[in-house]
Design a protein around this ligand. Sequence first.
Ligand SMILES: NC(=O)c1ccc[n+]([C@@H]2O[C@H](COP(=O)([O-])OP(=O)(O)OC[C@H]3O[C@@H](n4cnc5c(N)ncnc54)[C@H](OP(=O)(O)O)[C@@H]3O)[C@@H](O)[C@H]2O)c1
Length: 186
Amino acid sequence: MNNITLFGQGNMAQAIASRLQKSNQSYTFVSAQDTATTLGEIVILAVPYGAIHSIVEKYKEFLKGKVVVDITNPVNFTTMDGLVVDADSSASQLLAQMLPDSKVVKAFNTNFAGTLASDEAITVLMASDDDQAKATLAQAFTGSGLVMMDAGSLKRSRELEAIGFLQITLAIREQISWTGGFRLVK
Ligand SMILES: NC(=O)c1ccc[n+]([C@@H]2O[C@H](COP(=O)([O-])OP(=O)(O)OC[C@H]3O[C@@H](n4cnc5c(N)ncnc54)[C@H](OP(=O)(O)O)[C@@H]3O)[C@@H](O)[C@H]2O)c1
């Protein structure tokens, strides 16, 4: 059993926690008001992109050696016409630069909270330069009904964030529902 810390208690944190219950994992939530002194081996940042910097500032030392999971879609909410990160970069690559001693994994950003909270057997795409970190994350969700798929190096976060944004666009345009999403067929 892994000890998992979830930053945030919103839609995504609750949906991911519901899957962790299915895989019999223990987890704790950390809110913005908390000052946690110990963090789990896996730390899932289920917070808005804009909150990432302050969490890194506060917890950088505690995040050393941890599997740090970035689930953000850094959408430009002013224009709704792109991401706030450069086209040749990604939120996760920027996070990895801020946390050189952590094992950053991009995951869950291509899954809507409503879809994750269902019982659907859905695919979660992971990107990281650390294969063991991806394996650790996948192992934590064994039995959760999620299919954890290795999408390659952390550079692939750029593509995962593009897919996340496209999926949001489809839902806003009411082409799919907020409990829908892309399905992968092997
Ligand atoms: N919703 C989706 O379907 C979906 C899908 C894929 C990816 N994502 C990504 O997942 C992330 C979370 O989305 P969400 O829909 O779950 O948002 P949400 O429902 O608004 O929840 C965000 C949570 O983050 C907390 N928070 C903010 N700053 C924090 C800090 N410094 N420390 C700890 N907690 C903090 C908020 O607490 P307060 O309420 O107290 O501010 C809230 O509990 C976003 O980056 C989003 O892009 C969302």
